[in-house]
Design a protein around this ligand. Structure first.
Ligand SMILES: C[S@@+](CC[C@H](N)C(=O)[O-])C[C@H]1O[C@@H](n2cnc3c(N)ncnc32)[C@H](O)[C@@H]1O
Length: 269
């Protein structure tokens, strides 16, 4: 019998896991230009102890490990993803991985110079608890960085498709258990965790049609599944896909949604 039960943390079923890992790999590559400047801004290079919360399959943790001489600890609630991360990080002797819940981090107060997370808060059941925990384990004057937290309410896209667009403007994320509007909540989350906070948008570049097409073809199964689950017929899906790919091939498609980040400094106690 197929295992369709979703994991409590990554919210995917066993069957979806391989595609999810592939998506995280591509996503890490495609978003490096947004994340790497943030790592430099928070002083990753000279940090001694760094924690990557919700590290998943470790592709982003690998970027972090490359940019610092310090120790990098990755933690995630999913045993399956930590197993993948162990393989991805096997050549990085400055990394350590552990399984644990971000809502109750198994570390002492004031342990890390930098605590990061990428695309975690959108999927966390209780993002407030997670940010509070990230702040707790950060040293005074240390930094908390949440990168790539999208807000689908700010999605801009043309040409339109009234049937399909709302699904990709947040509905699909909400159905999967994520918060499509986490971006706008970052400031409140960081401020209530007692952090001196700076919010920004990491992606100020609009992807080319070639990039959008590459991403779409790579994630096609996910898109088709969402449309099927929403009750669209094969014919409606084919029609949408034909129009979407045509607009990409003609070079007229425009897609943008803001990816917020937050940098918080923990005050000296
Ligand atoms: C979208 S993935 C991002 C993974 C990785 N940060 C990246 O950018 O490739 C979100 C990750 O957060 C983890 N996660 C969600 N809630 C968690 C929690 N409460 N404790 C630990 N991990 C959690 C999931 O298991 C998943 O690996």
């Amino acid at each position: 019998m197929k295992n369709t039960k979703s994991n409590k943390f990554h919210k995917r079923s066993e069957e979806e896991l391989n595609d999810f890992i592939k998506k995280l790999d591509l996503q890490a590559l495609e978003t490096a230009e947004e994340r790497l400047p943030l790592y430099l801004e928070v002083g990753l290079k000279d940090a001694k102890f760094v924690l990557d919360v919700g590290c998943g399959s470790g592709f982003v943790t690998r970027d972090i490990a490359r940019l610092t001489k310090g120790w990098v600890v990755g933690i995630d609630g999913s045993c399956g993803l930590i197993d993948v991360a162990k393989k991805i990080l096997k050549d990085y002797s400055n990394t350590k991985l552990c399984i644990g819940n971000a809502e109750q981090l198994p570390f002492k107060n004031n342990s890390f110079d930098i605590v990061t997370c990428n695309l975690l808060l959108m999927w966390a059941d209780d993002p407030k608890k997670v940010v509070n925990e990230m702040a707790r384990v950060t040293k005074p004057k240390g930094k908390v960085l949440a990168s790539l937290e999208p807000d689908y309410g700010g999605k801009i896209h043309w040409p339109e498709n009234p049937k399909v667009d709302p699904l990709f403007a947040g509905e699909a994320i909400r159905k999967k258990g994520g918060d499509p509007h986490i971006g706008r909540k970052l400031r409140a989350l960081f401020i209530s965790a007692g952090l001196e906070t700076n919010i920004g948008i990491g992606n100020n570049r609009i992807w080319s049609c070639e990039e959008d097409k590459h991403y779409y073809l790579h994630s096609r199964d996910f898109y088709i599944k969402v449309l099927k689950e929403a009750g669209l017929s094969e014919e409606e899906i084919d029609e949408w896909e034909y129009e979407y790919l045509k607009s990409l091939d003609e070079g007229v498609q425009l897609n943008f949604f803001p990816q917020f980040y937050a940098i918080g400094i923990k005050p000296k106690s």
